[in-house]
Write a protein that binds this ligand. Sequence first.
Ligand SMILES: Nc1ncnc2c1ncn2[C@@H]1O[C@H](COP(=O)(O)OP(=O)(O)OP(=O)(O)O)[C@@H](O)[C@H]1O
Ligand SMILES: [Mg+2]
Length: 225
Amino acid sequence: MIKVQNIIKKFGVGTETEIEVLKGISFDIRAGEYVILSGKSGAGKSTLLYQLSLLDTPTEGSVNIGQVEVSNLSEAKRSRYRLEKFGFIFQSYALNKDLTALENVALPLLSMGMARKDAYEKSKASLDELGMGDRVENYPEQLSGGEQQRVSIARAIAKEPHILFADEPTASLDLANSDQVMDILDRLHAAGMTIVAITHEEQYKDRGTRLIELSDGKIIRDTDA
Ligand SMILES: Nc1ncnc2c1ncn2[C@@H]1O[C@H](COP(=O)(O)OP(=O)(O)OP(=O)(O)O)[C@@H](O)[C@H]1O
Ligand SMILES: [Mg+2]
């Protein structure tokens, strides 16, 4: 599904402070896998996820999805690809504070060109599925952290993405809410979703079907669970 070939990512290229954050990374992700990316702070986990999910482009190497070398596409095409094919969950939820829960979930669907009625129906169904059906009119600040994260998951899955990317989705949550979010990811995976999730929390490392561990910009472990 995704083929990553010899990715190198440098920041500050050509300056005195140039640093190489990813030092030649290669692996494939197959459809239906649930990959956990782990490793110490600064190992390069988020940087790798950004290259995979087309939020950034590698300095060297390539990312292919199916037959397409996506790392070569124009920014406009990459952003269209992200919108239509990828779901994202971040540590800080990344909700729009001026929009209700329902509007937050509907926004990407409307951007994709879905008719208003369909977008809102789909968004409501997605929030229902995450147990947030009675909070659709609430703004993010009226919701707890766990509830906001469930809205952001509803937003990520409403468009039925090919892949769900999560960067430390539990890092801002207490234990009960963290467990709940990880249980939701389990359910989505069981229903067929391909997932790539970063966590550095020991207790969640074995949740996936595969564990990839990074250290200092390199893969030091890649094992099926
Ligand atoms: N835009 C940037 N410019 C310069 N350096 C960067 C940039 N983004 C990341 N880095 C550096 O790359 C290294 C890896 O960062 P990254 O965010 O990928 O780590 P991480 O494994 O996700 O860590 P954490 O667990 O703390 O989130 C760090 O040393 C970081 O300072
Ligand atoms: Mg990170």
